[in-house]
Ligand binder design. Structure first.
Ligand code: HAM
Length: 439
């Protein structure tokens, strides 16, 4: 067991209670229906479009992220939960999944599978960011990745999948799809130089972060939210004007496909993305009503060199991920409630020890038949149980009292009309099945 700092050892018992770590949260049952809704939507779409689910480990070697996400990015520089394990291996709680996807593609020889390989995931990620609304240190992402294809039609198909998710969640009107091209290494390098030439004489007007960005990655200056930097950038050269013929042709084709699909997007020449592995098409999904700086609901793009950078054979790829908590927050903001599924239509009330024994057995029978029955076996009071049945809006309540136990019967109460009938205990499941199938 690793050593616990003296201060930590002392603090907890004195305070008398433990609390969540900063930036972490518990998802309590009332919120679960939102997570289920998103999981279902993503899994169904993935199935329809032929994506296979991949479950990735939470821990990876730290160097995997430095090499893929980029050592000068905020994620790698400041936000990773990294530690040395007992074998002296430096490991990281993954801040994102694309690096692991690329590692898995190489490790499992997926280049021998039919291409493109289509993978999806829904997994927690970890970033030690400054916590604020919509920005957590553990958050869930779903993602779709195409590996082994450079075709522009795939870029459009991926964007159309993202578009579909938001449409099917009834959020399409509340979001915009921002699209840009980052070009390839060659055209981006030329543009970087041009951008630097433009920024140098105005350096003193930029925020402190952007002054540093100019040295490390001048492109990141483009998506700075500081008004002073925004003002400087108003006449900045635009990357799209610097694309080489191949990159321009690729991007034009992507946009044509999007037009054919009637997907509305916003061509955003300032969209840069915060991870280094991207080239060519990039996109993000933003809420139309901005509520802070951390607003992207989803983001992704091409990463044609990543697999090669990690030691695999050159394999073009593209993908995107969505932030589950941020999308849920938008659903709540828009008053969109997931429909409850699997709600009980039947309640089983019981009074007395013998009734409890029979009730437990009966619940098993209902369970085996796939009928959900609500109950509260810890209660003895009929009134309290009927109140709960009312609250749950079940259609039928089964009542097992002492009399019914002795007679080998059970009472079925129809909640709406209050009509009650006595049936044979052994036939309870059959009777309820019959009644539920009628309406
Ligand atoms: P990303 O833009 O860093 O991309 O993250 C994708 C989404 O995850 C964001 O748009 C946001 O909704 C959510 N997200 C990010 N950080 C947080 C946070 N601290 N709290 C809550 N939500 C957050 C990637 O991670 C790439 N791997 C996407 C990708 C897949 N590119 C290609 N394939």
């Amino acid at each position: 067991m690793p050593k616990i700092k003296k201060e930590e050892k002392k603090k907890k018992p004195e305070e008398g209670r433990f609390q969540l770590l900063r930036g972490f949260r518990d998802v309590l049952p009332p919120e679960e229906k939102f997570f289920l809704l998103l999981e279902k939507k993503v899994s169904n779409l993935a199935k329809d479009y032929g994506f296979g689910r991949i479950r990735l480990p939470i821990l990876e070697e730290a160097v995997l992220f430095a090499r893929s996400v980029g050592k000068d990015t905020d994620i790698v520089e400041k936000e990773m939960f990294t530690f040395v394990d007992q074998n002296e291996t430096t490991v990281t709680l993954r801040p994102e999944a694309t690096a692991s996807i690329a590692r898995a593609y190489i490790e499992h020889g997926m280049l021998n599978w039919p291409q493109p390989v289509k993978l999806f995931y829904i997994e927690p990620m970890f970033r030690r960011e400054k916590p604020q609304s919509g920005r957590y240190r553990q958050f869930y992402q779903f993602g779709f990745e195409f590996l082994g294809t450079a075709e522009p039609v795939i870029d459009a198909q991926l964007i159309s999948i993202a578009n579909k998710i938001f449409s099917e969640l009834n959020l399409r009107e509340s979001v915009s799809i921002e699209v840009n091209s980052l070009g390839c290494k060659n055209c981006r390098e030329e543009y970087k130089q041009e951008l630097l030439n433009f920024l140098k004489p105005k350096k003193k007007l930029l925020c402190e972060d952007c002054k540093k960005r100019m040295q490390k990655n001048p492109l990141r200056v483009l998506d700075c939210k500081e008004p002073s930097c925004q003002a400087v950038l108003a006449d900045a050269p635009v990357l799209l004007d610097w694309l080489c013929d191949e990159c321009k042709d690729h991007f034009m084709k992507v946009l044509e496909f999007l037009d054919q699909l009637e997907i509305i997007y916003n061509l955003n020449p300032r969209l840069i993305r915060g991870l280094d592995y991207y080239n060519k098409t990039v996109f993000e999904i933003w809420p139309t009503e901005k509520t802070g700086s951390q607003t992207a609901l989803a983001g992704g793009g091409r990463y044609d060199s990543l697999i090669e950078t990690l030691g695999g054979r050159a394999t073009p790829a593209i993908g995107f991920s969505g932030g589950v908590e941020r999308i849920i927050s938008l659903l709540k903001q828009k008053g969109i409630e997931p429909r409850e599924t699997g709600q009980a239509k039947v309640y089983l009330a019981q009074i007395g020890v013998q009734a409890k024994t029979k009730a437990i057995k009966l619940l098993e029978k209902f369970h085996n038949e796939g009928i959900i029955v609500a109950e509260n076996l810890s209660k003895d009071n009929l009134k309290a149980q009927l109140e709960q049945a009312n609250r749950l809006k079940v259609r039928y309540t089964l009542i097992l009292g002492q009399k019914e136990v002795l007679d080998g019967t059970i009472l079925i109460r129809e909640m709406e009309g209050g009509v009650q009938e006595i049936v044979d205990y052994e036939k309870a499941v059959q009777e309820i099945k019959k009644k539920l199938s009628k309406t």
